[in-house]
Design a protein around this ligand. Structure first.
Ligand SMILES: Cc1cc2nc3c(=O)[nH]c(=O)nc-3n(C[C@H](O)[C@H](O)[C@H](O)COP(=O)(O)OP(=O)(O)OC[C@H]3O[C@@H](n4cnc5c(N)ncnc54)[C@H](O)[C@@H]3O)c2cc1C
Length: 462
């Protein structure tokens, strides 16, 4: 069956600008792999698209043959949304343009870039746009789903910094979306998560961010309730220049971490002060540090922004097992702190972690219906990530993430960040878009009535 599809593709997609890879080809194993090794799917065809016309042709091919179509940016989504059994993958990885306009403070970015490519190019001019915390994550998924990271409090979510997008729609047409052009599409794709079209090129706003004062502070996990309580009370009142996400985890067993603390379980924060003045950064961090016992490690220092952005790359290469759960949180009660302390002390493997990403500051400047991201009132986005290189531990890490998230879910705001959920069903997707779901479903009905783009956190056409 899949070789019939590949034959049809080679016959029908002549002069294809890109590469067609099917199960018979030597590069197939590499081409079918996504970041999460728990996902093991075998598409009939992986079409690496080198331009928007190629994307349009692949969409047309999948539709003509009634095949499920996956769109892949960086391939990082935990649920494996960038691949599909027996169907067609439009792999955008050849779309690698990164063009900085330092005067206009914008960057044009191909839909198949990963964030490291963008961060390095913009840093040449002392500029940056907000993204995630791992440099190998795809621009496409983050920029259509939300985008939270070290610059959230200062510059907002990634979606808040999109100025334009070039999009291939389900009918193959190619359009530009901006505040002035195709405004409904522009609204929907800033959070609607790939439901509305394939973005072949984004234009992002840039901010003057160059050297940052960043790094972790780790406390022993047995004082974690104290750390989390102090963090919860401190951060929402800190200036926007200071970002700090909270984590449970294990000190990695490698330099630069001192040997005596390697493999110790920890509660910590990862700082990012958006400025190069170490003394000013220390002053802003002091109220939290002074309120707590001596940490095992305090390693915040000046570094170029791209160095911070790639700080976790070594710990999280492609090919690990991942199981994610997530929630938005308005506030963290004392009861919730105690539950966090229990599950945080039980992180099952070195790579498994819980993060509380702040989503206040500049992210709160945007109203709840200005983009599909409906939880503008929430203060944190929680993620429970069971991670391990060994497939034998897949059940163990999944159990921990599920039990942890089930225990904390009653203390959450309801929905979750769509980019950090697995396949959790329609009600969960609906809850995550809150009051914006109906408008999204109407736009979906207009632009993609047959739900061609359905391998995502799916918004059903109304
Ligand atoms: C190690 C790791 C760290 C992460 N850290 C963060 C973080 O700090 N902050 C954060 O916000 N998220 C983070 N994430 C989650 C991340 O936002 C999602 O995994 C996101 O989907 C990744 O985008 P991608 O393009 O790599 O994914 P893919 O799996 O390729 O795609 C995910 C979804 O986006 C759609 N899509 C991708 N590209 C396009 C495009 N060009 N046009 C239209 N639709 C597209 C796909 O169809 C699919 O439905 C992290 C994930 C991992 C694995």
């Amino acid at each position: 069956m899949s070789s019939t599809i590949a034959q049809a593709a080679r016959r029908e997609l002549t002069d294809f600008t890109g590469e067609l890879i099917s199960p018979e080809d030597s590069g197939y194993e590499q081409a079918r792999a996504v970041y999460n090794a728990m996902i093991d799917r075998r598409p009939a065809l992986v079409a690496r698209c080198a331009d928007a016309d190629a994307v349009a042709r692949v969409i047309g091919f999948a539709r003509a043959h009634d095949l499920p179509l996956a769109i892949r940016g960086g391939g990082h989504h935990g649920a494996g949304l960038g691949t599909v059994d027996g169907g067609v993958v439009a792999d955008l990885s050849p779309l690698k343009e990164v063009r900085v306009d330092p005067e206009a403070r914008t960057v044009r970015v191909g839909g198949g870039c990963v964030w490291g490519e963008v961060d390095r190019a913009t840093n040449t001019y002392g500029l940056a746009t907000p993204s995630g915390i791992v440099s190998t994550t795809g621009v496409g998924g983050i920029a259509t789903g939300g985008g939270l990271g070290h610059l959230t409090r200062k510059c907002g979510l990634t979606i808040d910094n999109i100025l334009e997008a070039d999009v291939v729609l389900a009918d193959g047409s190619q359009v530009r979306a901006s505040a002035d052009e195709n405004a409904d599409l522009f609204w929907a794709l800033r959070g609607g998560g790939g439901n509305f079209g394939v973005v072949t090129s984004f234009l992002f706003r840039l901010h003057k961010i160059d050297t940052v004062v960043a790094g972790p502070t780790f406390w022993p996990v047995d004082v974690s309730a104290e750390v989390l309580t102090a963090y919860r009370d401190f951060l929402p009142n800190a200036p926007r220049e200071l970002n700090a996400f909270f984590l449970y985890g294990t000190v990695p067993p490698a330099p630069p971490f001192p040997e005596e603390i390697q493999l110790r379980k920890t509660a910590g924060v990862v700082w990012c002060y958006t400025g190069d003045d170490s003394a000013a950064a220390a002053r802003e961090m002091a109220p939290l540090l002074d309120a707590l016992p001596e940490p095992m490690l305090h390693a915040a220092g000046p570094m170029p922004h791209p160095d911070l952005q790639s700080m976790f790359d070594g710990l999280y290469p492609p090919g690990h097992q991942w199981y994610w759960r997530a929630d938005f949180v308005d506030e963290i009660s004392d009861e919730a702190v105690q539950l966090h302390a229990k599950f945080g002390a039980e992180v099952p493997t070195v790579h498994s972690t819980m993060h509380l990403y702040p989503i206040d500051g500049a992210a709160h400047d945007v109203g709840p219906d200005e983009t599909p991201w409906g939880y503008r009132g929430a203060t944190w986005s929680t993620v429970y990530a069971g991670v391990d290189p060994d497939p034998a531990n897949a059940e163990l890490i999944k159990r921990w993430a599920v039990d942890y998230s089930d225990a904390l879910h009653p203390y959450s705001a309801g929905g979750a960040y769509v980019n950090m959920m697995m396949d959790e069903g329609q009600e969960r997707v609906r809850a995550s878009y809150r009051g914006n779901y109906e408008r999204l479903a109407r736009i979906k009905a207009d632009l993609d009535p047959d739900n061609v783009f359905r391998l995502n956190q799916n918004i059903r056409p109304s």
